[in-house]
Ligand binder design. Sequence first.
Ligand SMILES: Nc1nc2c(c(=O)[nH]1)N[C@H]1C(S)=C(S)[C@@H](COP(=O)(O)O)O[C@H]1N2
Ligand SMILES: [Mo]
Length: 211
Amino acid sequence: MHRRASSPAVAAVAVMVLAGCGGSTPKEAAGSPSRASPAAGAVPSAAAPAAPALKPGEVRIAGQVDKPYTVTLTSLRGLPQQSVEVEYAGAKGQQKHTYQGVLLHDVLKDAQPRFDTSKKNGQLRAVVAATGGGDYRAVFAWAELDPGFAKSQILLAVSEDGKPFDDAVGPRLVVPQDTRGGRYVSELNQLWVGTVDTTVDGAAGAFGAGS
Ligand SMILES: Nc1nc2c(c(=O)[nH]1)N[C@H]1C(S)=C(S)[C@@H](COP(=O)(O)O)O[C@H]1N2
Ligand SMILES: [Mo]
């Protein structure tokens, strides 16, 4: 059995798509009895359309994409599977597991991210924010999860060491290139894809453009 209780905050998290990640969490929170986070302070973006309420175990893929959609462990099991053996350090020491699941890249590209095609390698400006139980969140650069760019096999895992995750708990992100477990987001419920537009010292990064 997976050791994390399913979060009661899943539905609340669904309306928090663009809200900032509020409270700070200790680096190693594995010993804490509950990872549920308060929804207070979360301000839904005025621009965001009403978010559909997520059922336990559902993962919403949205953000700057043309086809937002929802996956579950059941739908993920119907897709091509990969298997990875990984090792990572966590609060409980060194972990070694075999995970089976679907490439994160496969799942995200089906949502048709809106990359900035007016820019060279527009997809390299994109990021993915993965949110799990307790509003735990980690960010990825698109290039780290795109097998066309990096030696990457980031998965939405459906099972750990041959044991399927509970349907109501949902998939776990598996990040073979990471040596620490921090981005192995459990009880995954949101994947937000977006392009980063930077403003530094009040200016867009256009210096040298056209030269
Ligand atoms: N939803 C969620 N996922 C999480 C965390 C968390 O607090 N909440 N902690 C992370 C951290 S810091 C680590 S080290 C690993 C621990 O994974 P393990 O339980 O397999 O050792 O889970 C990661 N995934
Ligand atoms: Mo950790």
